[in-house]
Design a protein around this ligand. Sequence first.
Ligand SMILES: [Zn+2]
Length: 398
Amino acid sequence: MDTVLVADRVLVGDAGEVVEPSQPPAGVLIRDGRIAAVGTAAEVRARSVDAQELAFPGGTVLPGLVNSHVHLCGDLSREPFGTASSGDRDAIAALMRRNALSALRGGCTTVRDLGDSHGLAFTLRDAIAAGEVPGPRILAAGTPLTVPGGHCWFLGGEVEGRAAIADRIDHLAAAGADLIKVMAGGGQMTPTGPSMYSSQFDPADLAFVVERAAVHGLRVAGHAHATRTIIECVDAGVHTVEHCGWRTGPGKVELCDATAARMAEAGIAAGDTTPPQWRMLAEKIPFPEDFRLGDQLPWMRDHGVPILVGTDSGLPNAVFDRFPTSLELYTERGFDRAHVLALVTALAADTLGLADETGRVRPGLAADLLVVPGDPRDDLQALGRPQLVMARGRRFEG
Ligand SMILES: [Zn+2]
C-alpha cells in the first residue's frame, strides 16, 4: 500500500530548496520503499488510490540524516572495543544491531561505519537492506588497515609491506567493503600505539593503499588528526580525511591554507567527528589561546573543503541517538542552519556517492525520511524530536 505524508513543508535537502505550497499542506507519496511524488498534498493524493495518509500538522518532512562517521561495534564505554576485539561474534553482532537501531531512532537513515571487526558490519548492512532487521543504510569499511601495533590494531587489520596491504584490501573488497579505511595516523584509543600527533604509514605505502583500493573501485577514508598526516593523506589522494583536526601536539593546532585549498580543488572531504558531548570535550582538550574546538570547521568551509559530519559514535559516551547535539557546534561556530541541514542530508549523499539513492526528498530516491515538529531551519533541535522516521519506506516503530 502507498503512504502519503502530509506536513506544512518539505525540505528537499539542498539549502533553500523547500516545497511550501501556497495552498498547504505539502505531501510526499511513498510507494515500494521509494519516493514517488512530492508536491501539494492534493497533488500527491491524486496520484494514488489506496494510500494510507499520515498527517503532521505544523511539521516538516526532510531527508533522513546521514551520520558519516560511526563505529557500530563500539560500546560507548572507556574500553569501547572490548566486545569488538573479544572474538565473540554473537555478542558483537547483537551490540551492532542495538547501536544501529539507536542511530535510526535518532533520525539517522544512513551511517558510514568506519571500523568493525570480523566484517560484521557487512552482515548487518545486508540484513538491514533485506528488511530482516530494522536499521539505517550502512556504508561499511570493515576492519581498518593499520600498522603492526598501530591505532586500533586489536580490530585485526595490521598490515606491513605492499603484499600484505594488497592482500588485505583484496579480501575486504571480496567481503563486500563499500570503502577502505586506513589509520594513516595514530589515535587516542590505542595508548600503546603511535600518538594522534604522528603518522603511521610510510607516505608511499599510503599512496599504494589508495591505488590498490581503486583497482576495486573503492574510495579510501584516511584517519588523520595531525596536520602532517592530513597532508600525507592529501598527497596520497584519499577521498576523505577523518577527524581532520589539524593538530600538531597537545594544545597545538596548525591550519594549513595550502592543504585546505588542495582538498577543495580535489574534492577531498574532511570527515569531522563531533561527538554529542563536545561541550565537555571543549573544556577538557587543550587548545591554543586563540582557538576553540571546532574553529577549523568554518575555516575549512571558507576554503571550499567538502565537510562530512560524523560523531564517532561507539566511542566513550558518544551515543548514537543525539546527532542534533553534535550539530549545535556548527551553528555555534557560525554555520547557518540551512547549510547544516544540507551538510547532513543532500551534501553528505553527494560526497559519499549516494546521491542516486538517498539524501533528498525527490521522486525516485529511497524513502529515507524524517518528520519533525515545526521548521528545523528555525531550530535544529527539532531534529531530536522526530515524529516519524522512515528508512527505505519502512516506518520505524519503537
Ligand atoms: Zn572513528
